[in-house]
Design a protein around this ligand. Structure first.
Ligand code: FNR
Length: 358
């Protein structure tokens, strides 16, 4: 296969984030493209994630006065120009030499925010220095409390202003063999399993190193910055996180990458949003590819959304510029959808898309 050169500017043919897919695929080794795109198992959940958006109708509300509207959002003491957050995506050096620093600079340049993965390929300090603004950190449990706290203290020291604790992927399924120059540079080497004969790799290996609700409660007591639990689909788990004093949750099935067969993330959002009723922040991800999808997620109760694979298509094609372009396109589409549906502010989105107002 021929790996094509990186471009200098967005191609004219790119009208929406999905248009970057072809360019990204042409520029990545097949194994890396597969790592980015694939879902777990047969990919059923991956398909469900995007199909769910087609089931949510948009209702146009012409003649509403939306002049002067905006997509501004206040979250955890920060103001953002729009509600599109870059999801934590591991090992971004696989996709472009700009890697996480490029994505972070793009997020900040577009007035938004990025969640830096525990599995970042550049140091957390280098990434936040490039962004020149507080970023958010995605935490994977590091096998025990001591190791986890060491990592958390490091990122808080570096200036990260919220911890998103991902809890839905304690058992690693297929993962790719990394090229020698790419590694999880912020992490200490993984703890060994030390399994007895006949022991279960899952229950006595992976799950002994996995966090539980007690660890969430413990972590809550260790940090004073916002703590958000990423990877919630069941309403009871959302309520549990809320009762433990967490500041938010991410309704997510990890982009269909962990357990094939779970519901589309979008179908679980309304109940969770209703039950948590503004008491904690509700983030949403899995399946968003454009601004209409963002609108639908907000309409169903999300305060903000995480964008996953689509920004990596931009990164692979054009580095930081591609990421910035994907955010811009998605935000423009959100604004157009808001205008056509009669919503001048994000807060209007939930009410304005009702099928009947009478
Ligand atoms: C991810 N995701 C992820 N999540 C997380 O909490 N930590 C991580 O390191 C990663 N790494 C990662 C790598 C790749 C290649 C993908 C595609 C995804 C999950 C990610 O944050 C998010 O939940 C999904 O990507 C959202 O789905 P969409 O937007 O990709 O459909």
């Amino acid at each position: 296969m021929t790996i094509l050169a990186k471009l200098d500017a967005p191609p004219d043919a790119v009208q929406t984030a999905v248009d970057y897919q072809t360019y990204a695929q042409q520029r990545l080794e097949p194994a890396i493209w597969d790592y980015l795109q694939s879902g777990a198992g047969s990919g059923a959940t991956l398909l469900k994630n995007s199909a769910a958006f087609n089931q949510v109708p948009l209702m146009p509300r012409p003649l509403a006065n939306v002049a002067g509207g905006d997509t501004q959002l206040h979250l955890f003491g920060q103001t953002f120009a729009h509600p599109i957050v870059l999801a934590p995506i591991a090992y971004q050096g696989l996709f472009h030499t700009d890697a996480e620093r490029g994505s972070a600079m793009a997020a900040v340049a577009q007035g938004g925010q990025m969640l830096v993965s525990s599995l970042a390929s550049q140091t957390v300090e280098a990434i936040i220095n490039a962004a020149e603004k507080p970023l958010w950190f995605q935490l994977y449990w590091q096998g025990n409390r001591e190791r986890t706290l060491t990592l958390v203290k490091r990122v808080i020291n570096a200036g990260y202003s919220a911890i998103f604790f991902t809890v839905d992927a304690p058992v690693k399924q297929a993962s790719m063999v990394l090229p020698p120059h790419i590694a999880a540079v912020n992490l200490a080497p993984a703890l060994p399993f030390n399994l007895a004969a006949n022991a279960s790799v899952v229950f006595d290996g992976w799950m002994r190193q996995a966090p539980t609700w007690d660890d969430v409660q413990w972590l809550r007591q260790q940090i004073s910055i916002p703590l958000i639990i990423k990877g919630i689909l069941h309403a009871d788990d959302a309520l549990h996180a809320m009762r433990l004093g967490c500041d938010g949750i991410v309704v997510s099935n990890h982009g269909g990458r962990v357990l094939d067969g779970v519901p589309a993330s979008l179908t679980m959002l309304p109940e969770i949003a209703q039950l948590t009723a503004g008491k904690i922040k509700v983030f949403f991800d899995s399946g968003i590819t454009n601004g209409q999808d963002v609108y639908k997620a907000l309409h169903l109760g999300a305060d903000a959304v995480l964008l996953g694979r689509p920004y990596v298509w931009g990164l692979a094609t054009l580095g930081a510029i591609g990421v910035a372009h994907v955010i811009k396109l998605t935000r423009d589409e959100l604004e157009m959808t808001m205008a056509l549906c009669g919503a001048a502010q994000l807060a209007h989105i939930r009410v304005n898309n009702r099928l009947s107002d009478r």
